[in-house]
Design a protein around this ligand. Structure first.
Ligand SMILES: Nc1ncnc2c1ncn2[C@@H]1O[C@H](COP(=O)(O)OP(=O)(O)OP(=O)(O)O)[C@@H](O)[C@H]1O
Ligand SMILES: [Mg+2]
Length: 522
């Protein structure tokens, strides 16, 4: 018998069995009917070219996590770009909105089907809902309906499901869950009791609109950061294999208004993480800092803004001056700052480094530390040393690529829609103008109802700034260094400072400090 004949015969047999099932439902009493239906279903499955997997909502008495995961997963495959995909037009969708979420999710209605394609294999999902038989007594009341998903997959592709499809579904569902839930912004306040019962962090809903799409930044750098974040979030296996704590540190530096806080918000929105905004000045000592860390959840970003303004670092430098032994100061050998003078009285650099680096940083997992500063040169070399913060990101003045993103954000103007001559002029002067994205935004917001006017005014502002800077000697005639610009210079400077111990001292302002001290003494 030919293969095709074989399958045709099988298909007619399966069809016949299905027909018998329907007849049975009409003719026999319920108990007998149920038993025969079971028998016929089994026979149908034996002769069918497909394998079936049942995923019921309640497994014994416990809720089946896989059911919820499939439900969420299918809700995402139903909506692609807002359009209904991979379902026939007849498919009914149910709409749900979970508490604390602003987004609506689609789901498969009762007894409807949907196809999904994974690694080139098409599978069929059916949402099976049947009425549960009435229970006379139960310790745990069951829902009236018995719900489950049936996955139909070709027998030859069975291994695929067991190997990777279900893992894929669980991973995707987790991602959707995080995306749908609203994120929280936590902050610490002074004097909160840190006993085991109270929560030292206050939280509010975090609804910052900043995303990587709206962030005005060079697209290449943006892409690199996004890849880095994605790799981190998906890197559980890597961190386990290499024996590293599953955490990552970013140092964002640059002038005010260049988007450091906006980048943090974009990171949180991108990964769906909560933010812990740690106010270091409110933390009384290292042990309080440690307790705060212990009460953060995983999948979170722990932020310390303006780290150079933190009291601990200033104190540390004062102690360093007192203890200075011919400039051979090593922040890692001493235990940091004011500790020696005032034990336990304040947060010290070593306490902070333990917080990010030491054993305590590993309680919990999947955490990102972000420090920001306007003055990287004021930071202690111990914080900048390699291995401390994994990525140093310079947020600089607005450049042409970033400017175009801002025009799109605020005026909805694509590159082609702006007058070519004006755009060219902007390109020529934007770097010399040394304008922050915040200042550009301000001009655009002010004139957002009239895009033409906004662009004209922005060009005037840029030109004025260039003229002003030229007068004050801030702009060189023409950059002979070509593209070797200031940003590169700053990063180079940072590297050089770290490489050389003497350079280090200058770069991190140890020389300036003397003046500062003298001022203070006066
Ligand atoms: N790179 C950017 N992309 C998009 N918007 C930006 C960017 N930089 C600044 N802005 C705009 O300027 C405002 C201030 O930016 P933001 O608070 O992120 O700057 P910052 O670098 O954190 O400043 P500070 O050092 O003062 O904390 C933001 O609300 C945002 O609208
Ligand atoms: Mg900020």
């Amino acid at each position: 018998m030919k293969m095709s004949d074989y399958w045709t015969t099988m298909a007619s047999l399966v069809g016949m069995l299905a027909f018998c099932q329907t007849i049975l439902q009409l003719v026999f009493p319920p108990e007998l009917r149920l038993a025969l239906i079971h028998l016929l279903t089994r026979m149908r499955h034996v002769f069918s070219s497909h394998t079936y997997f049942d995923i019921t909502e309640i497994d014994g008495v416990n809720t089946n996590e896989l059911y919820n995961a499939v439900s969420l997963y299918l809700s995402s495959s139903v909506t692609v770009n807002g359009a209904v995909s991979s379902t026939s037009n007849n498919t009914r969708l149910s709409l749900t909105r979970v508490p604390n979420s602003s987004s609506v999710t689609f789901g498969l209605s009762n007894n409807d089907r949907i196809t999904d394609v994974f690694n080139g294999v098409t599978v069929l999902w059916e949402h099976v809902v049947v009425q549960r038989q009435v229970q006379s007594f139960s310790w745990r009341p069951m829902p009236e309906e018995k719900r489950g998903f049936t996955l139909q997959i070709s027998k030859r592709d069975k291994a695929l499901v067991l190997d990777s499809y279900l893992d894929h579904i669980v991973g995707k569902a987790e991602e959707i869950r995080r995306r749908n839930e609203e994120r929280l912004l936590y902050t610490n306040s002074r004097g909160v009791s840190l006993d085991s019962r109270t929560h030292p962090w206050d939280s509010v809903r975090f609804k910052h609109p900043s995303t990587f799409e709206t962030l005005a930044m060079d697209p290449e750098r943006k892409k690199r950061i996004m890849e880095d974040l994605r790799e981190f979030a998906n890197g559980q296996g890597f961190y386990q294999k290499t024996g590293r704590a599953w955490k990552r540190g970013y140092l964002l530096y640059g002038p005010p208004g260049t988007g450091k806080s906006s980048l943090i918000a974009a990171m949180a929105n991108y990964l769906g993480y909560d933010i812990y905004d740690l106010e270091l000045t409110e933390v009384q000592n290292n042990s309080e800092l440690r307790k705060l860390l212990m009460k953060t959840s995983s999948k979170s970003i722990i932020v310390i803004e303006d780290i150079d303004c933190s009291i601990s670092l200033t104190k540390r430098e004062k102690v360093k001056r007192k203890n200075n032994n011919n400039g051979c100061y090593d922040p890692d050998l001493t235990n940091g700052s004011g500790l020696m003078d005032e034990p336990g009285s304040s947060v010290t650099l070593s306490g902070l480094l333990n917080f990010t680096d030491g054993l305590w940083s590993c309680c919990g997992s999947e955490r990102i530390f972000v420090f920001t500063t306007n003055h990287i040169e004021k930071l202690d070399s111990a914080l900048l040393r390699s291995g401390r913060m994994d990525m140093h990101i310079h947020m600089g003045f607005c450049r042409f690529q970033a400017l175009k993103i801002l025009l799109k954000n605020y005026l909805r103007m694509e590159e082609g829609e702006v007058d070519g001559v004006v755009l060219k002029e902007m390109e020529e002067c934007v770097e010399d103008a040394e304008i922050t994205p915040a200042d550009v935004s301000e001009v655009l917001i002010r004139n957002r109802s009239d895009a033409e006017k906004a662009v004209r005014e922005l060009l005037c502002v840029l030109k004025e700034r260039v003229v002003r800077r030229r007068k004050s000697g801030g702009v060189k005639k023409k950059k002979e260094e070509g593209e070797e610009d200031e940003e590169e210079g700053e990063e180079e400077q940072e590297k050089r400072a770290l490489d050389s111990p003497n350079g280090n001292r200058e770069f991190f302002g140890f020389e300036d400090e003397k003046d500062g001290d003298e001022d203070a003494d006066k």
